[in-house]
Design a protein around this ligand. Structure first.
Ligand SMILES: [Zn+2]
Length: 302
C-alpha cells in the first residue's frame, strides 16, 4: 500500500487505500453527518480504518471548501464546518498528520497524473457541476496551495459583453460576491439563465435532450457555451494550460467538448490555438486518488 485518500462530500465520505500501482485495494464508505462534531468523528473513523489497513501511510483528505491560512478556518458550503478549524481539529482528534486538499484541486491532480491529461505538462481541471471550481498542475504537481483560492474559477466575473448582450441576471453568488460566472454556468446557473432569456425553467438534462428540437433550449445552450468558453479563455490568458480537463455533471452533456471547442476557437486571438479540452477519466475515484497522491507528495517534500 502506498497512500490513502479520503473524499469528503456533502452526502458521503469515502476512504480508499491505494496499492503501489495506484489501484484501489480497499474502500470504506460512511454517510456524511449533519453536525460538525460528528463530521470530525466520522473522518477520524475513516483515518483509523486506513491506519488498520497499513500503518503510517500518507493520508490525504479531499473536501469541498477552502482553509483560510491565517485562522485555519474552513470556508465551505457543502459540509457542516463553515468557520470551523476543520483540518486542525482532524489532526488533533486523529493524533496524526493528514494532508488537506480542496476536492477540485484533488480532481485536477488526479487527472494530471493518472487521467486524461497525463501526457501533458500544464493542466487545468475544471469542474462544471452544482458549483464551478478547478485547479492547475504543472508536471504532475499542484501549483497552488491545495486548500486555498487558486483554482476558484467559478468566482471570476461573468464577461460583461455577454451579460449585456443577453440581458443576463447579475446576482449575489454563494461566496458573497456579485456577478460571479458560477451564478450563470453551474447547474442552477444554467436554469437561472434559461428563466431569464426564455421564461422557462430548463434544467441541464432538458437542455441536453431538447436543444436540437426546441429553439429556446438551443438558445440557452448557445449562451452557456459562450459563457463557459470565455471562462476557459480567461484561464488560458492567465495560466496558458496545454489542456483543460472537464469534470462534473454538466461535462456529461452531449458534445460539450465539440461545442465549447468551436466557440473557443472563434473567440481566441487570430493565429492562436485555444487549449485542448478533454473529458475527465477518473470518474468517482478522482477525488480520493488525487488527495492520496497529494499526501504522498506532501510527505516526500519533508
Ligand atoms: Zn462567487
Amino acid at each position: 500500500m502506498i497512500a490513502v485518500g479520503i473524499d469528503v462530500g456533502g452526502t458521503k465520505i469515502e476512504a480508499q487505500v491505494f496499492d503501489a500501482a495506484w489501484k484501489c485495494a480497499d474502500k470504506l464508505r460512511l454517510d456524511t453527518p449533519n453536525t460538525y462534531e460528528q463530521l470530525v468523528e466520522a473522518i477520524c473513523q475513516a483515518i483509523e480504518w486506513a491506519d488498520l489497513q497499513s500503518s503510517d501511510l500518507p493520508i490525504g483528505i479531499g473536501a469541498a471548501g477552502l482553509i483560510a491560512r491565517e485562522t485555519g478556518q474552513a470556508v465551505t458550503a457543502n459540509l457542516p464546518a463553515f468557520g470551523k478549524p476543520l483540518s486542525v481539529d482532524i489532526v488533533k482528534a486523529a493524533g496524526r498528520y493528514v494532508t488537506y486538499v480542496n476536492d477540485c484541486r484533488a480532481f485536477t491532480l488526479s487527472e494530471a497524473v493518472f487521467g486524461s491529461a497525463k501526457r501533458y505538462k500544464r493542466v487545468v481541471g475544471l469542474i462544471l457541476g452544482t458549483g464551478i471550481g478547478g485547479g492547475f498542475a504543472y508536471e504532475g504537481k499542484l501549483l497552488s496551495d491545495g486548500a486555498s483560492v487558486g483554482g476558484e474559477f467559478g468566482h471570476i466575473f461573468a464577461p460583461a459583453h455577454l451579460v449585456q448582450k443577453y440581458d443576463l441576471p447579475i446576482v449575489t453568488c454563494g461566496c458573497g460576491k456579485v456577478g460571479c460566472i458560477e451564478t450563470l454556468v453551474s447547474g442552477p446557473g444554467l436554469t437561472r439563465v434559461a428563466e431569464a432569456i426564455t421564461g422557462r425553467a430548463f434544467v441541464p438534462r432538458d437542455i441536453d435532450q431538447l436543444r436540437n428540437t426546441d429553439r429556446d433550449a438551443a438558445k440557452v445552450w448557445k449562451v452557456w457555451c459562450a459563457l463557459v468558453s470565455e471562462l476557459c479563455l480567461a484561464i488560458d490568458y492567465t495560466i496558458n494550460p496545454n489542456v483543460i480537463v472537464l469534470g462534473g455533471g454538466l461535462s456529461n452533456m452531449t458534445k460539450v467538448i465539440r461545442d465549447l471547442s468551436v466557440q473557443m476557437a472563434t473567440n481566441q486571438f487570430d493565429g492562436f490555438q485555444p487549449p485542448l479540452l478533454l473529458l475527465a477519466q477518473g470518474g468517482a475515484s478522482s477525488g480520493a486518488r488525487g488527495a492520496a497522491y497529494a499526501a504522498l507528495q506532501d510527505r516526500c517534500r519533508d
